[in-house]
Design a protein around this ligand. Structure first.
Ligand SMILES: [Cu+2]
Length: 237
């Protein structure tokens, strides 16, 4: 069975688990990965999408559970059942595909610009990027179309900030955990437009700004943070 999942909540994250049945990740926000990756749990932050395949090898009903410990969970039963999947009698699961797609390897020798952005502010009222709140008529980054950039995004706060960029899918190159100087390379290639950026962590992404010119935005995908200013404007010419 194939599940296509979207976190459409304004602020909650979901840590998904289908009882003891593994979730086989096959796609991220913007398409297939190269081969299925077996996960016990799948974290989806606001705005993120994923597709998983599950092999139901016995009859019965199974709950897709949310294990995430959000402050917004007050009053909810935890773990929180989100939906129930009923397997047919004597199911005969088919094997997983061995290969799904080729995910382009970005040629980093073509990078023309590296930028850094810091997500900061003082919750609950101030949410900033590089110390500034969103201004519709201010351009925060000027980009040349059909060039490749690396963006290093730092979360300087104690909250999560799912980073989202419109129009231009990107790949994660590496992440840096809180209180570490080490960059951990991303274990697999995937096209995304949304990344979970946990408290005090950094992420490095490669963005090919292909074909499309114009003005668009990047922002935290928690609506309350975005609406209080955690958003920037890029102009691609
Ligand atoms: Cu945020």
């Amino acid at each position: 069975m194939r599940l296509r999942l979207l976190n459409a909540s304004n602020a909650r994250s979901y840590l998904l688990k289908l009882e003891d049945i593994p979730l086989n990740l096959i796609a991220t926000d913007d398409g297939f990965i190269e081969k299925p990756i077996v996960l016990k749990e799948l974290l989806l932050t606001p705005g993120e999408r994923a597709e998983v395949m599950v092999q139901l090898d016995r009859s019965g009903s199974f709950s897709l559970l949310n294990l995430a410990d959000n402050s917004q969970n007050i009053g909810r039963e935890m773990p929180e059942p989100l939906l129930t999947i009923v397997a047919p009698d004597n199911p005969q699961p088919t094997p997983l595909p061995k290969r799904l797609a080729t995910v382009e390897e970005i040629d980093l020798s073509e990078v023309v610009q590296t930028r850094k952005f810091k997500f900061g502010g003082t919750a609950p009222f101030s949410y900033t990027i590089d110390g500034r709140t969103f201004k519709m008529d201010r351009i925060d980054a000027r980009v040349k179309v059909n060039t490749l950039e690396i963006w290093e995004i730092e979360n300087a706060t104690h909250l999560i900030h799912p980073f989202h960029l419109h129009t231009y899918p990107f790949q994660i190159l590496a992440r840096q955990a809180a209180q570490s100087d080490l960059w951990q390379p991303e274990p697999f290639r995937a096209w995304r437009d949304n990344i979970n950026l946990p408290a005090k962590e950094k992420v490095r992404i490669a963005i090919p700004f292909r074909d499309i010119t114009g003005r668009t935005v990047f922002h935290c995908h928690i609506s309350e943070h975005e609406d209080r200013g955690m958003m920037g404007v890029i102009q691609v010419t």
